[in-house]
Design a protein around this ligand. Sequence first.
Ligand SMILES: Cc1cc2nc3c(=O)[nH]c(=O)nc-3n(C[C@H](O)[C@H](O)[C@H](O)COP(=O)(O)OP(=O)(O)OC[C@H]3O[C@@H](n4cnc5c(N)ncnc54)[C@H](O)[C@@H]3O)c2cc1C
Length: 503
Amino acid sequence: MTLARTLASFGVHCLLAERNPTTTRHPKMDITNGRSMELFRRLGLADKLRAVAVPEENCFDISWITSLARDKGGRELHRFRYPSVAEKRAEIRNRNDGTQPREPAMRVSQVIIEPVLQNAVVNHPFVEARWGVAFEDFVQDGEGVTATLRDSKTGIVEQVRCDYLAGCDGGSSVVRERLGIALDGRAAVAHRYMIHFQSDARELLQAFGVAWHYQTDKGTLIAQDDKDTWTLQTRPPPGGESDGIDPNPILDAWAGRTFPRKILVANPWFTHLLLADRYGQGRVFLAGDAAHQYIPTGGYGMNTGIGDAIDLGWKLAATVRGVASPALLASYERERRPVGLRNRAASGRHTDVRIKIAELYQKERDPDALARGIAALGNAENESWGIEFGYRYDGVEGDPLVYEPTTAPGARLPSTFLHDGSALYDRLGPWFTLLRFGDADPSSLIDAAPAPLETVIVDDPAVAPIYEAKLVLVRPDTHVAWRGNACPDGAAVWRRILNGELG
Ligand SMILES: Cc1cc2nc3c(=O)[nH]c(=O)nc-3n(C[C@H](O)[C@H](O)[C@H](O)COP(=O)(O)OP(=O)(O)OC[C@H]3O[C@@H](n4cnc5c(N)ncnc54)[C@H](O)[C@@H]3O)c2cc1C
């Protein structure tokens, strides 16, 4: 849906085929990180998403507990405190040193976010969005791709001719399978059990106050709206390999006592740490879980997929509109697969911390010592700003925990507010943007521009040093394409960029 919306925003027609008749009932993701929110903002979706998300005043705290049942001695061991969206917005404005995102993260479940994205494509004149239509197969040739689709209800088969095909079809991607692309890494790392339910028993489910997650060695209770919708991610009971598990005793055991609730969905599932060997072939590409599957620690699954969709989206649009050479599309895998690899490693590291904490629960009898142990192990899974914002397309890896603002070509453009109160990110054009700080002459880049280009003169000495050069050329995905203090040969710069190279 994000890719379809991206293509549409560039005026490119596309067809989206989704085999299911509706969006998902499975809550799955519960954190849309700040980077995804910046990108959704560019697609005009941030406000629509915020409108259905957890209220902006609510915190993102992670609380480790012994049990929710305070009357049976349950206690909070350690709370990792994180600001609400409203508090984070204030921090972003106050710091204004380039280290901050344009948008704070957002708490929302996949059940809630998907209909907003669906609306964003269903009513878009450039998207033919078809739910209840499964992709079955394709053949490609030098000019395009012929895809075979089947109506999930009537079984009627049709063939569709397109210029390109993107398999955004999840972990069991048929597109990936038809391309013969293998997955590298560890499948079925752990067996998990998910219980999504409604309950008004806030005196129990918020026993130690509002928190985003309550965690024990046996699992995580996710507050989906801080009101009445919750998800427990835990382990299946021993021998519980099939779907025939009763979620009720599992829920009671985790909470410490029984309480009124309505189960919405419950099912076992497996975690994976997998990465596709290639991100496509010829005119066919993979994005999202089709290309990578992670353990949810860190919340990198969907967020990495959003990054894929934005990168692939502008490159497809530039190619279809004839402003780029096919080499630009080859840079999709070169740029995104290393990010997929890095995020897989980060997800694995965060899981290792959870395992260490679970071991502490088993070992440590003194709750105060356990609490100190948890605090010492930390919560990097919600603090890896280098992973979320510091990924670069020039091969430089950087610290996973720290985001260092830079305009090195390939890095994400740092976000700042200008002295008139406007955000630099909000002044970027939909395609390329040339930022001019000071007196550099931008004319050779402007005159040679083969793609739409907006020029923004930034007359703001307070933020200029953050951007490290007098001219910074920004791509549609807000990564830096090129920078310099002068540009004698703009045509050469554009040639490189639209060939998929960095400046
Ligand atoms: C418990 C859990 C918690 C998670 N938490 C987070 C989190 O906090 N943050 C985060 O970023 N990620 C999280 N994730 C991961 C996130 O859910 C996935 O990464 C994300 O859904 C991937 O999106 P996708 O569009 O690539 O694939 P999917 O969401 O799997 O969507 C693929 C779609 O393609 C459709 N499809 C499949 N095959 C076909 C076909 N042949 N024809 C037509 N349609 C087809 C499917 O029906 C599906 O709707 C979590 C996952 C789990 C399981």
